[in-house]
Design a protein around this ligand. Sequence first.
Ligand code: ADP
Length: 359
Amino acid sequence: MRISIRFKWTFFISIIILAAYLIVAYVAYNTVDNVASATVTHDFFIKLVWIGIIVVLAGIVISFFASTAVLRYLKVVNNTIDDLNKKPDSDSRIKVRKSNDELYDLTVNINKMLDRMQAYTNQQKEFVEDVSHELRTPVAVLEGHLSMLQRWGKDDPEVLADSITSSLQELKRMQSLIQEMLDLTRVEQIDSEYLEQETEVEPLFTQVYNDFKMLHPDFAVNFDDDIEPGSKVKIYRNHLEQVLVILLDNAFKYSGDRKEINLAASTNEALLEVVVQDYGVGIAKKDLKQVFNRFYRVDKARSRKRGGNGLGLSIAKRLIEIYQGTITVESVVGSGTVFRIELPIVNSELDKNMANKND
Ligand code: ADP
């Protein structure tokens, strides 16, 4: 059985007032009874009954209005949530009261939670839209090639070979797109255990540098190593490697005739600074801010030809930000591009001092 809070409050507050009144009235009546005549006591009793009725009625009215004021506010909260249940993308929010009390804190918190949830669902929606849009092209290309194969491929060996090669290329592209999309969603849900990991800087950079030098023998790859031996950064090793691979891959992909890449890493007491520089096509000023957005490619056709999906930099940025670092880019069209990363160094002496201070 549903009993309204208003009824419960009114009932209980009235009972408490009545009980308190009865005790006071009983004590007063006994005192009067001991000292006064029977008529005076009787008059006093009648008065006590009337005052009792008035006190209980006043109690009922006051508790009814007090609970109504709070309930009216809860109703506003309820209506807003109802509104959002019916229309999840509606931007209706609970009207915040001016008074600085618990209800004010409650509404501010609920509104903040609604903002966060809405931003999250919008992000998911945009992601699904972006993904469907990105998959449409390779699927259409594949369908075209397969239809061509079905019509003419059986009789024409040239069409057969071309279509199979193109279909396989398109499939590979879809594979890399799916892998990068998975990487991106994984980055969004990094476990907190990774956030406590530390990575020694020098061995990782040496390994990545050697790998790229071997993979691109036609390039002059320089490594300016100014890393304090033994220094560590607070990031999971594979995540830092993933970021370096993304930036170096891009540097190779978007290099022009000048096949030269500079990788530089330096440490001080607070930061690891990384620079990845190429002398390639560059990025126009208007595109610079957007290159970190999901699926953003400056030149869609060129990026597609080089196997780009427009996800690498958004993954790199997200990763670096999760570990409290920064990533920035400078570029001049036709002259080249410089990506810069800064990550906090694990300063064991400083950390030890801080820990001692806290003890
Ligand atoms: P993609 O997989 O397409 O390379 P990214 O997210 O890594 O995706 O990069 C986004 C876009 O930024 C690229 O499509 C390219 O247009 C531009 N870009 C990234 N790195 C460079 C670079 N080193 N030189 C020139 N343009 C770059």
